[in-house]
Design a protein around this ligand. Structure first.
Ligand code: PLP
Length: 385
């Protein structure tokens, strides 16, 4: 984009990497379903040789997401887990990673069941206090890996404070920004070195395709990740890249409604007689409400609440009509889930207990439906308890 001033977020979501097609003027980025590209002579080509290495639709998406997260470039992968796997494969046997202790369940499953077998070491700590990060750093620590807010307990970590610790110790900070999207939180501007997303969630926004991205703040990270895309091949198909390019055009508009609905649903749940506790950074009684106001420009639409028992959670989840019971989050439709048996089942009972994930917890990803319909649905479902 040619502009004197950097265009705003909503403009970049629609235009960065999404310039009209130079060949035809098409306003929508074309999908290039090609595995290979004709070369004019040995080593003579138009910048594309083979689609595991690069594909024009993917390149456009990578430009767009880098612009939204304020990175130098980004690399997209076949799923959020493939993006996290790529981060781990940037390390070497003997390297140590300090991780938050309340991550999406699939992340410790990957680290503990796959990467420890290749000599990586992981510590899981409460990163809500940055001093714990400093204490956990060892001689062989290379990365600090956090999610903020966490999944599902909605605890926050201070990105700027942790980034300062990392840089003092010459480590890199990686932030999983899936819950907030770049619309509400910009980890690189706060000092993070890399940002990952499951694009499956808010970036795509329509629950119609998986994907993952690593946004880099330095060209050498991007080079290493491009090598990993080429070597290991966990790339995203052109069609799915296009789905994200289409979804991301409405990211700003969707996030505003997600946030508005999220605040209303959180207030409603906090005052409902069947709900014992609500975890939402926008509520004044959230222990890190002040940090949320400082670090995020909205509170989003992820809310977790306590129903008291597995039985209560089950009764409620069976009774919902508009909210859909299912894994995942960040779609236009409201998705409701049970962390203990779904997203965090892999942690086991002991692992969940250690971090406070009870059997009565329910997580809701508030969609962009009419909020009155959501409140009515949640009320009747809670009254089934
Ligand atoms: C915060 C977070 N990070 C990463 C992932 C993994 O992403 P994917 O399901 O696209 O592999 C998820 C999936 O739910 C998630 O919630």
């Amino acid at each position: 984009m040619k502009h004197a001033r950097k265009p705003g977020f909503a403009t970049r979501a629609i235009h960065a990497g999404q310039e009209p097609d130079p060949l035809t003027g098409a306003v929508s980025v074309p999908i290039y379903p090609t595995s290979t590209y004709v070369q004019q002579g040995i080593g003579e080509h138009k910048g594309y040789e083979y689609s595991r290495v690069t594909n024009p639709t993917r390149t456009r998406l990578e430009e767009n997401l880098a612009s939204l997260e304020g990175g130098v470039t980004s690399r997209v992968f076949g799923s959020g887990m493939a993006a996290i796997n790529a981060i781990a494969s940037m390390l070497k046997a003997g390297d140590h990673v300090v991780c938050g202790n309340d991550l999406y369940g699939g992340t410790p499953r990957l680290f503990n069941n796959v990467w420890v077998n290749f000599g990586l070491e992981f510590s899981y700590i409460d990163t809500t206090d940055p001093r714990n990060v400093e204490r956990a750093i060892r001689r062989n620590t290379r990365l600090v890996y956090i999610e903020t807010p966490t999944n599902p307990l909605m605890a926050l970590s201070d990105i700027a404070a942790i980034a300062a610790i990392c840089h003092k110790k010459k480590l890199e900070l990686v932030v999983d920004n899936t819950f907030m999207s770049p619309y509400f939180q910009q980890p690189i501007a706060l000092g993070a070195d890399m940002v990952i997303h499951s694009t499956t969630k808010f970036l795509n926004g329509h629950s119609d395709g998986l994907g993952g991205v690593v946004v880099c703040s330095k060209p050498e990270q991007a080079e290493k990740l491009a090598f990993l895309q080429k070597a290991a091949g966990a790339i995203l198909s052109p069609f799915e890249c296009w789905l994200i390019l289409r979804g991301v055009k409405t990211l700003a508009a969707r996030m505003q409604i997600h946030d508005r609905n999220g605040r209303i649903v959180a207030d409603f749940l906090a005052s409902h007689k069947r709900v014992k506790k609500v975890f939402y950074p926008g509520l004044k009684d959230h222990p890190q409400h002040e940090l949320a106001q400082r670090q995020m420009s909205g509170f989003g639409s992820m809310i977790t609440f306590e129903t008291g028992s597995l039985k209560n959670a089950n009764k409620m989840l069976k009774a919902v009509r508009i909210c859909s019971l299912g894994e995942s989050l960040g779609g236009v439709e409201t998705l409701i889930s049970h962390p203990a048996t779904m997203t965090h089942a892999a942690l086991g009972e002991k692992g969940r207990k250690e971090i406070g994930i009870t059997d009565g917890l329910v997580r809701i990803s508030v969609g962009i439906e009419d909020v009155d319909d959501l409140l009515e649905d949640l009320d009747q479902a809670l009254n089934a308890i």
